[in-house]
Design a protein around this ligand. Structure first.
Ligand SMILES: *Cc1c(COP(=O)(O)O)cnc(C)c1O
Ligand code: SF4
Length: 446
């Protein structure tokens, strides 16, 4: 449904699969393409707002425009037989109910919760999981506020898509700020809070404040760093300029910083095209003026940014704007992975070719990194040892912190796209962390 709120300086119009025909530019696409997009949009979450449609997408470059690829689902994102099944239902004008049922089957086959996220990461209090909290790495707790379980627009590759498809069992959400505060109060080992979603900045400032402001009290002195994960700079930069609670949000940022917290805005820019508008530049300036750091991360995805030149331009643009490049991710093993995935060797080649074109200021970006079950694993290099070609790997984060920053080796494999595909090198039968990780899984009943 198109929804308009009166609080924005410009009307905030949102398009979903129900009213996609209201997008003028969409109606001018070839009919076959319109049909395909609609078919896939009935399975994958689809949502785009008028800023993205009118300011970011270059409609003269369809289907190759990177923001178009980021927002509009493509036929190949579904497996061929799944696509055919849905296409038949659409062609026969099946009921919404039948379409939904078929879509649900397909969604469940797409690994909505990779890396055992729910069971392995939910912290327990009195034997019950704490809703909305994920605590995988000792220093850093993730919190998903229930009101931030959506985004201004939806990325087609998103691994959080299970949250958007209306299956409440799959949601990772919390209801109360107090849950978050209670947990953090008890966990003095946590120095970093990662406040994420969806996108928590879809929430009104008033609500964001309820979560963050109490952290200035002395019982939260151990929480030194607060990160806000948000793609709002791409999707709705007016959140920091003309929205009626923009000033209040910036004042909150400043208050947190003045109160002694490191507040890091974890932005997500897949492509430099997302940074091109004046309003985005203005938003970045305003955020930085509060003392908040902006760091940027994004996954490497085929069709969107699988080219070193795109990354160089992306990181260079960020640097010029005062944004710190942070993580370069390997696309996760979920959703339309077959469409977006890139072999690990290729990911490394792209990263290496891009990072070597940056000055030291841009070499803060780490990767290619896989957020896998045991931890974040970086492909550090490809080399040959005693005639055997190998991947050099290391943990950037591990379920056991002691696993981190120890090089280990996997057999070189051009097909491998994820950690699970890799085999230890040098004839070893397992990786050094495997026994311990298996024991951790067993203890969690996974
Ligand atoms: C990436 C990630 C973090 C943060 O890791 P950093 O290396 O500190 O950026 C925390 N928790 C989870 C579950 C993560 O995937
Ligand atoms: S903004 Fe982030 S959480 Fe939202 S759809 Fe895109 S990748 Fe997913």
């Amino acid at each position: 449904m198109a929804s308009t709120t009166s609080d924005a300086a410009r009307p905030y119009t949102v398009y979903t699969e129900r009213n996609i025909d209201m997008i003028e530019q969409f109606r001018e696409l070839p009919e076959a393409m319109q049909f395909e997009i609609k078919v896939v949009a009935s399975v994958m979450p689809f949502r785009v707002n008028e800023y993205v449609v009118n300011e970011l997408i270059d409609w003269n470059d369809i289907p190759n425009d990177p923001v178009f690829r980021l927002m509009f689902p493509q036929k190949e994102m579904l497996k061929a037989d799944d696509f055919d099944r849905m296409a038949k239902l659409h062609a026969a004008q099946a009921s919404r109910e039948d379409i939904k049922k078929a879509a649900h089957d397909i969604q469940l086959s797409m690994n909505p919760h990779p890396a055992g996220q729910l069971a392995m990461n939910a912290p327990m209090v009195d034997g019950k999981p704490v809703q909305g909290m994920q605590h995988k790495y000792r220093e850093t707790a993730l919190y998903f506020p229930s009101q931030g379980q959506t985004c201004h627009s939806y990325c087609t590759f998103c691994f959080r898509w299970a949250q958007f498809i209306g299956d409440s069992d799959l949601k990772m959400a919390a209801t109360e700020a107090s849950t978050m505060h209670a947990y953090l109060k008890e966990h003095k080992e946590v120095t970093d809070l990662l406040f994420t979603g969806g996108d928590p900045l879809v929430m009104k400032t008033k609500l964001v404040k309820e979560y963050l402001e109490p952290l200035l009290q002395p019982e939260f002195d151990h929480i030194k760093n607060i990160r806000i994960g948000s793609k709002t700079l791409t999707f709705w930069p007016y959140r920091f300029t003309k929205d009626d609670d923009a000033e209040e949000l910036l004042a909150l940022f400043k208050k947190m910083v003045d109160g002694g917290k490191h507040l890091a805005f974890m932005a997500h820019f897949d492509h430099y095209a997302e940074l091109k508008t004046d309003v985005c530049k203005e938003a970045v300036k305003r955020i930085r003026a509060t003392g908040v750091n902006i760091r940027a991360q994004a996954p490497l995805t085929r069709h969107i940014n699988d080219n070193p030149d795109v990354w160089v331009k992306n990181w260079q643009t960020q640097l010029t704007m005062g944004i710190i490049p942070y993580y370069f991710f390997v696309a996760r093993d979920t959703g339309a992975k077959h469409y977006f995935e890139i072999p690990l060797f290729k990911a490394y080649e792209i990263y290496q070719a891009a990072i070597t074109q940056m000055s030291g200021l841009g070499r803060t970006v780490r990767g290619p990194s896989m957020s896998a079950g045991p931890g974040k694993v970086e492909i550090t290099g490809i080399t040959e040892v005693n005639g055997e070609k190998v991947f050099v790997l290391r943990f950037l984060q591990g379920r056991n912190p002691d696993w981190c920053y120890r090089p280990f080796f996997a057999k070189y494999d051009e097909e491998a796209t994820w950690l699970d595909d890799l085999k230890p090198a040098f004839g070893e039968d397992k990786f050094f962390f495997e026994d311990e990780y298996k024991a951790m899984c067993k203890a969690r009943g996974v």
